[in-house]
Design a protein around this ligand. Structure first.
Ligand code: AMP
Length: 210
């Protein structure tokens, strides 16, 4: 299968070509069509499988014609390192989409730097849960227009004790928004969380060899 067959827009295909990817990985083949179709997805996928592109490319594709300055997509990550990495990857994929602005927010960096970044008109936020709540409380991040949420490394976020923070973030997002959880493992806590928040989730599992 080729990336062209997944229904992604031309600017994304060009950026993927620049990256040197020749074909979509298994998690990309299985998740991208579902996410482009507006489905909620629960995907079991580890680091190194291409999961960032699997949830990132459909979000960027949905924002192809968006020119506003509201936050439309939110990616929650357990650590600052992952948030920075995901953010950079989204910027790389969106490099031919001048309307796309990605902002990154995590603890340990002065909040004013992040506020400035958000006020440039960010339409995608990649954040760790604690700092995101800080922004929400300061009203420097408003999620009322956010219609695409990703929990990246969801099991890791629960292991790190972020469950209450995540539940609180989710109360600020319209329940009709598209939501997807990517998790390396599927403990009961993740299944419970998906039952509470995902709408008729499509399950994506990878074959053993990948
Ligand atoms: P991830 O699982 O998102 O951490 O991705 C692992 C690495 O695989 C990243 O460095 C990506 O740039 C790379 N990658 C993602 N998708 C593909 C693909 N279809 N072909 C080759 N490399 C890829």
């Amino acid at each position: 299968m080729k990336f062209e067959e997944l229904g992604l827009s031309q600017p994304l295909l060009k950026a993927i070509e620049d990256k040197g990817y020749t074909e979509p990985s298994e998690v990309q083949k299985k998740s991208i069509p579902l996410l482009l179709d507006g489905k909620d997805v629960l995907a079991q996928s580890q680091t190194g499988t291409g999961k960032t592109a699997a949830f990132g490319l459909p979000l960027l594709s949905k924002l192809e014609t968006y020119n506003g300055k509201d936050i439309k997509g939110l990616i929650l990550c357990p650590t600052r390192e992952l948030a920075i990495q995901v953010s950079q990857e989204l910027k790389d994929y969106g490099k031919y989409m001048p309307n796309i602005k990605v902002a990154t927010s995590f603890g340990g960096q002065p909040i004013n730097v992040q506020i400035k970044d958000i006020r440039r008109g960010a339409n995608i936020i990649v954040a760790t849960p604690g700092r995101l709540l800080d922004h929400i409380n300061r009203k420097t991040i408003k999620l009322k227009s956010c219609d695409y949420l990703v929990l990246d490394e969801a099991d890791e976020m629960l292991n790190m004790g972020f469950i209450d923070d995540i539940k609180e973030v989710l109360t600020h997002i319209d329940s009709k928004s598209q939501m997807t959880f990517f998790s390396a493992t599927m403990p009961k806590a993740i299944l419970d969380l998906s039952e509470s928040f995902l709408k008729k989730p499509q399950m994506v599992k990878l074959s053993q060899k990948s």
